[in-house]
Design a protein around this ligand. Sequence first.
Ligand SMILES: Cc1ncc(COP(=O)(O)O)c(C=O)c1O
Length: 312
Amino acid sequence: MPPFTKSDLIWFNGELTRWDDARVHVSAHALQYGTGVFEGMRSYDTADGPAIFRLDAHMRRFAASASYYEIEWPYSFEQLCAASLDVIRANSLDNAYLRPLAFFDSYSFNVWPKGCPVSVAIIAVPGRPYIQGGPERGVRVTVSSVRRIDAASLPPFVKACGHYTNSVRAVQEANRRGFDDALLLNYKGEVAEGSGANLFLVKDGRVITNDADASIVLGITRDSVLQIASDLGVPVDVRSLTLDDIAGADEAFFTGTAIEVTPITEVDGRPVGAGKPGPITLRIQQSYFGAVHGRLPQYHTWLAYTRQMQTV
Ligand SMILES: Cc1ncc(COP(=O)(O)O)c(C=O)c1O
């Protein structure tokens, strides 16, 4: 897997800072204890210039994650949205991956982060597929022995840095087993989601996905796909998912900002449906790519254009 491509400038604590100067001390609380929160967003080229997809929803979730961990910053919602658009413009990017990050910085080794300053960064790098060729040919996944974090210990819906050691373990195991990604079960033994993506199944022409009570991150792509499916006239069921549901599914796919809409063709050596990207998955994927690239007027309100400084 290739590394990210560095860009020139990072928005760091209120200023556009050169990539090499956006540094953090090794004693930072977040490095010691995982006390940061983050988002993953993408911008796409459109006929009206680059636009960030669902910037508003991402920034709302970012603020909600921060609030959960009592991370407070001196920036307004509008300032962080404007900063995200600035980073795209300043680096002359179009299709980009953005990583807003807020964390407790260097001050104390106490677990309680009282007194730690908060740092906020928005990084943007050139975008590329999360799994090369995944959206076209589909991905192969394994059911992980690692269970998805449970609300009894950590809030699964919060995108906190420390929570992702859960996904790291699952994806490392999947890789060792020779698969592209993992499917994590929750503590109830139902299927939760991928290491960084939500799961959708298709059965008898209906689209099915699970909900917050399955210990998932409530994905913004998931929300977009639910809207797209209903606009395409595909009936949607939101309910818990089991391994038997997958075994009987006609199609399956992942949704996520990074992985976009990617078919799942195989689970632990067993083909899903016909073992290739299915027709409903491909229709939804086509609309999704149409929406993010601004080709479908009904979804224009999901785009925040860098040229207009408008945040929607
Ligand atoms: C664990 C997990 N589930 C699901 C998602 C999908 O969320 P979204 O569609 O908002 O990117 C992500 C990515 O943020 C994730 O990390």
